[in-house]
Design a protein around this ligand. Structure first.
Ligand code: NAD
Length: 282
């Protein structure tokens, strides 16, 4: 099969480094952004500059879209749809509502155009190094077509399910990130009240999370419910529960001593056993 002709629309913080990694593609790359200055470095790297979104649709078989939000995605996809070839793939990499890709995919399927969602995690530095993770919502056959393309800028390419599943996975991923950021704020308030150096604490957190995997360390099972008693993780997580409840209780004690309110730590003490799949039975 001949190499796919690639298109890229939306060359901002994320799109520019992702597109740059496609600039040498065998089938060629055509780019477009409403900001002309965003296209210049891609053209220098060998991409063709389109004059409009529609021109990209006319020139490419697999089109990546990394504009900002739902409104921009809808506007770009509508313009692409008017010019795209049958069997073209439009991949949305923006983080948007989990229902938008589902709706756009259903609207354009009768025209033979495949709209898929493939949001990304890892930030602009990871995009430049080809180290992003992407969670792809696409029919299996379409996923197989785009995987080699996405592998140019992603180290981890996951088939999350049908269109929409990629975004639902991304929302769960980011919910964890930002919930943990709120907890980091609480830990910093406790550390500050206890007279500690917050820069040093941050260094320790980054180092040890890199060693253990952070919250992802407990995410090696197929169900969020209680673990069966004979599951290989049951004993390990029961031990983890004991350590966690001890340490959370000690931190809550330090909070009381230093006059710092720790609502997330209180919630964590209540929720930890269930999160580990080893709820208290009494
Ligand atoms: P950005 O605003 O830097 O980039 C968006 C680009 O789209 C801009 O260059 C803009 O000119 C262009 N654009 C807008 N409308 C257009 C149109 N009609 N035609 C052509 N180009 C158009 O945003 P960003 O930080 O790159 O984020 C893009 C998406 O990626 C967002 O949905 C964001 O949530 C997601 N995301 C960002 C990061 C990050 O670290 N920045 C990480 C993961 C996911």
């Amino acid at each position: 099969m001949s190499e796919p002709r690639l298109g890229y629309i939306g060359l901002g913080n994320m799109g520019a480094p992702m597109a740059k990694r496609l600039a040498g593609a065998a089938g060629g790359l055509t780019v477009f952004d409403v900001r002309a200055e965003a296209m210049a470095p891609l053209v220098d790297a060998g991409a063709a500059q389109a004059g409009s979104v529609g021109d990209v649709a006319a020139a490419a078989d697999v089109i990546s879209v990394t504009v900002l939000d739902d409104a921009q995605v809808r506007s770009v996809v509508a313009e692409l749809a008017a010019h795209a070839k049958p069997d073209a793939v439009i991949a949305i990499h923006s983080t948007i509502s989990d229902t938008t890709a589902v709706e756009l995919a259903a609207d354009l399927a009768p025209h033979g155009i495949h709209v898929i969602d493939a949001p990304v995690s890892g930030g602009a530095g990871a995009a430049a190094n080809g180290q992003l993770a992407t969670m792809v919502g696409a029919p299996r056959a379409v996923y197989e077509r785009v995987k080699p393309v996405f592998k140019q800028w992603a180290a981890v390419v996951i088939h999350a399910g049908e269109p929409g599943a990629g975004t639902r996975m991304k929302l769960a991923r980011n919910m964890l990130t930002f919930t943990a950021y709120a907890a980091a704020g609480e830990a910093m308030r406790l550390a500050e009240a206890a007279g500690l150096d917050l820069q040093a604490l941050g260094r320790v957190v980054r180092h040890t999370d890199a060693l253990t995997g952070g919250p992802g360390a407990i995410m090696g099972r197929d169900s969020a419910g209680p673990l069966p008693a004979d599951h290989f993780l049951h004993g390990i997580f029961t031990h983890t529960r004991g350590l966690g409840e001890k340490d959370l209780s000690l931190a809550l004690g330090l909070g009381e001593a230093t006059g710092v309110d720790l609502p997330l730590a209180q919630l964590a003490l209540r929720e930890l056993a269930g999160a580990l799949g080893v709820p208290h039975t009494d």
